[in-house]
Design a protein around this ligand. Structure first.
Ligand SMILES: Nc1ncnc2c1ncn2[C@@H]1O[C@H](COP(=O)(O)OP(=O)(O)OP(=O)(O)O)[C@@H](O)[C@H]1O
Ligand SMILES: [Mg+2]
Length: 389
């Protein structure tokens, strides 16, 4: 655990970059620092590995004051990744990644073997090992940067806007990759970003800083979205924090309608009987294959058993894995206003209309309010898998 205790940084010209900051950064988690430009994020990060020395206060790693540790050993125990990767242009990809193991005295062979292993871990083709950084795309260079930081298996990773120079699609891929790697390695990661969406996607906890390096709020993403501490945080979160907050509500307890789902070989009379008994008989039914996977929508009265006449169902959501945000999105995009719910193998579990999803959102919010008076957690709704938000 990294403990930042009452730390301030005043630069020589009098600029106060960080002002009495205290933060507890736990192991095995991703802590994100966000805030407007110039609010002291980079300064904070660099004080952890002593690239910048604090003016006052203490930073401890696992109880040890970093000031009392030899600076080289300290830095090697912390991987550091920056925007544009900061690779050594005259070294091959393999040798870039092998840098710290070589500094630690590993043999060339062992360091390169480790580098090759890391290339695979971060999703880089091994053909790239002999290339130079300029022969890689920006996204690939960022992956090399992450691999290099991980090479000596440091317990801590410091990442300063590592993905902000790449386009949104590549960036999304890099975020997912980081979450996957973190799932396997469980580092203490401190991640700086300007981008609230990125913070919510990857952060276990988010520290929002305001100008002058003062802490505005330090909370889990769902708490930040549901209970911003003040107007500054609220404004920083942006206008759609309500919709974003749905990412943290599970679809596990969503009430699904199974009465309007039929396999393609179902008797047409049966479909007609089942649907005409209902007041909503004008609404379409979902037809599935005999394997239970969705095929499309049809008007029950017009159904003639021909799969070619079905209206495409678009995208489904996976119950339990996807959030209510995903379910609502599917329903909004659905030609019938209903989202198709499937299990892990893609078989239909039922359908859910927009009203049903809205009711589930209200119920989850009420549960939240009842079980957590300070608005801290969703004890009955653990966040869905992060990568699906
Ligand atoms: N060496 C320095 N001397 C004087 N002031 C500095 C120095 N380095 C940074 N600052 C100032 O300290 C403040 C915090 O800078 P810092 O780089 O930590 O911000 P940041 O939050 O990382 O910003 P950005 O999002 O733009 O990267 C800024 O006002 C900056 O101008
Ligand atoms: Mg910065």
């Amino acid at each position: 655990m990294i403990a930042i205790e009452d730390v301030s940084k005043r630069y020589a010209d009098g600029t106060v970059a960080v002002d009495r900051l205290s933060l507890q950064i736990p192991n095995h988690s991703i802590t994100v620092l966000v805030g407007p430009s110039g609010c002291g994020k980079t300064t904070t990060l660099r004080m952890i590995n002593r690239m910048i020395e604090p003016s006052s206060g203490t930073i401890r790693v696992d109880g040890q004051d970093v000031q009392r540790q030899p600076v080289n050993a300290l830095r090697r125990s912390m991987g550091y990744v920056i925007q544009n990767a900061g690779l050594f242009q005259h070294r091959t990809i393999l040798d870039n990644i092998a840098t710290v193991p070589r500094l630690l005295g590993w043999s060339k062979q062992r360091a390169r073997a480790r580098a090759a292993e890391l290339m695979e871990r971060v999703g880089l083709d091994k053909d790239m090992a002999r290339r130079y950084p300029y022969q890689l795309s920006g996204g690939q260079q960022q992956r090399v940067g992450v691999a290099r930081a991980l090479a000596a298996d440091p317990p801590i990773l410091l990442m300063d806007e590592p993905f902000s120079a790449v386009d949104p699609v590549v960036r999304r891929g890099l975020q997912e990759e980081l979450l996957r790697i973190q799932g396997e390695l469980g580092k203490a990661i401190v991640f700086v970003t300007h981008d609230m969406d990125e913070a919510i996607t990857i952060g276990d906890r988010i520290a929002v800083l305001r100008k002058g390096g003062r802490l505005a709020q330090f909370a889990a993403p769902d708490e930040l979205l549901s209970s911003p501490a003040d107007e500054f945080v609220e404004e920083f979160l942006g206008g759609d924090r309500g919709i974003r907050g749905l990412s943290f509500l599970s679809t596990r307890d969503l009430e699904l309608d199974r009465s309007r789902v039929f396999p393609i070989d179902a008797d047409r009379q049966r479909i007609a009987r089942a649907t005409s008994a209902r007041p909503a008989d004008a609404q379409p039914v979902l037809v599935t294959g005999i394997d239970g996977k969705p095929l499309g929508w049809t008007d029950p009265a017009a159904w003639n058993g021909d799969a070619g006449t079905l209206t495409p169902y678009g995208q489904s959501f996976e119950v339990g894995r996807d959030s209510l945000r995903v379910a609502l999105d599917r329903a909004v995009l659905s030609p019938t206003g209903h989202a198709v719910a499937v299990d892990g193998s893609g078989r239909v579990l039922g359908i859910a209309g927009q009203e049903t999803i809205a009711a589930a959102i209200r119920a989850a919010r009420q549960r939240h309010a009842a079980t957590s008076p300070q608005g801290t957690e969703y004890p009955q709704d653990p966040p869905p898998v992060k990568a699906t938000r």
